[in-house]
Design a protein around this ligand. Structure first.
Ligand SMILES: Nc1ncnc2c1ncn2[C@@H]1O[C@H](COP(=O)(O)OP(=O)(O)OP(=O)(O)O)[C@@H](O)[C@H]1O
Ligand SMILES: [Mg+2]
Length: 326
């Protein structure tokens, strides 16, 4: 495909509903022969918080490196902000903030000086507002108090925050974050999640990778699931889990009778535990099942479907647990 040599990414095409990231049959085979990404078709809608999910070694970082033009695909294509990568990298990258595995830092410089230097390397950045920009970015990631400490003395989580601050120096249309919560404690992870939500509410599309299912569930509107270099599924997070049905849960002081009625109603795998009876729901209107319980004299305190988690969906899709690929 022939590309016009415009220097601006194609905002119009993107605004017309084209995705912020789109790949077609994107494939990477490393020189050693490892097929790291295998025929990936990825579509990231504008304005989404998109979770790129997969166990260790499933090809997330390799994909991100191709999207950012850091490595060439073996075959297939990648478009970012409507332009082909790596060809349009110079036009696209100023609009993209990226945090990729092991951010490059100068250990002998303080966190603040690292950011000042990083900002100065950006030809589009205004030197007059540099210090204010750096201070705001440090504040956003919670590093103000540690700003004058040398980066080599930073913990992994602090380095991760500093990398994130670098990505936040300029307003961006797209943020690409490779495992942004890596090395952070639970409090730090919560902070990053709320930062991601905040950025998204400003209209920035956020693409973040993770091997943590519940993290993706908590913050993402959309997700793609990778396993061994292949895309298993992608779409709105609510749809991904919705494909998998949760279990029926009945809370009652009459669990024995409730279990009997549920079986009669066609529920399977009925399990009783204290005042809770859970089961695979029968394929019929659950209002009728509830009515049957009540008319059999079962005192129902709670009746509902447990929400299927992304992990349930992953297990259902792959037939495997969510662990490391060989
Ligand atoms: N430079 C490289 N040369 C050869 N093989 C590589 C290289 N980088 C990654 N791989 C292999 O490619 C596969 C995918 O690796 P990648 O780093 O993309 O996975 P990932 O999903 O980011 O994993 P993690 O969750 O551990 O970060 C792995 O089998 C890995 O060993
Ligand atoms: Mg990785």
């Amino acid at each position: 495909m022939d590309e016009p040599s415009a220097t601006e990414p194609d905002r119009e095409r993107e605004d017309a509903g084209e995705s912020v990231i789109a790949t077609r049959a994107l494939t990477k085979r490393y020189r050693g022969g490892q097929l790291a990404v295998d025929g990936l078709d990825l579509t990231v809608p504008a304005g989404s918080v998109f979770g790129f999910l997969g166990p260790n070694g499933s090809g997330k970082t390799t994909t991100i490196r191709m999207l950012m033009g850091l490595i060439e695909p073996t075959s297939g294509t990648a478009r970012v902000l409507g332009r082909p990568m790596p060809r349009a990298a110079r036009a696209v990258l100023p609009h993209v903030g990226a945090l990729i595995e092991g951010p490059a830092l100068y250990g002998f410089l303080s966190g603040r000086d690292n950011l000042l230097r990083y900002d100065a390397a950006d030809p589009t950045s205004d030197p007059r507002t540099r210090r204010a920009r750096v201070a705001a970015a440090l504040d956003r990631v919670g590093l103000t108090a540690a700003a004058t400490k040398k980066a080599k003395a930073y913990s992994l989580g602090m380095k991760q925050r500093l990398g994130l601050a670098a990505a936040l120096l300029q307003p961006r249309r797209l943020l690409v974050l490779d495992e942004p919560t890596n090395g952070l404690d639970p409090q730090g992870m919560r902070e990053i999640r709320s930062l991601v939500r905040e950025l998204a509410s400003d209209g920035t599309t956020v693409f973040l990778s993770s091997h943590l299912l519940d993290e993706i569930e908590q913050v993402c509107t959309h997700a793609a699931v990778m396993a061994q270099g292949r895309l298993i599924t992608q779409g709105p997070v609510s749809d991904l889990a919705a494909g998998t049905r949760g279990r029926l849960i009945v809370t009652t002081p009459d669990p024995g009778e409730a279990a009997r009625v549920l079986k009669e109603q066609g529920a399977s795998d009925v399990v009783t535990e204290d005042d809770k009876v859970t089961a695979e729901p029968p394929d019929r209107d659950l209002a009728d099942v509830n009515a049957a319980l009540v008319s059999a004299g079962v005192r129902v305190r709670g009746f509902g479907l447990q929400r299927a988690s992304l992990e349930d969906a992953f297990v259902a899709l792959t037939g495997e647990g969510f662990d490391v690929a060989g």
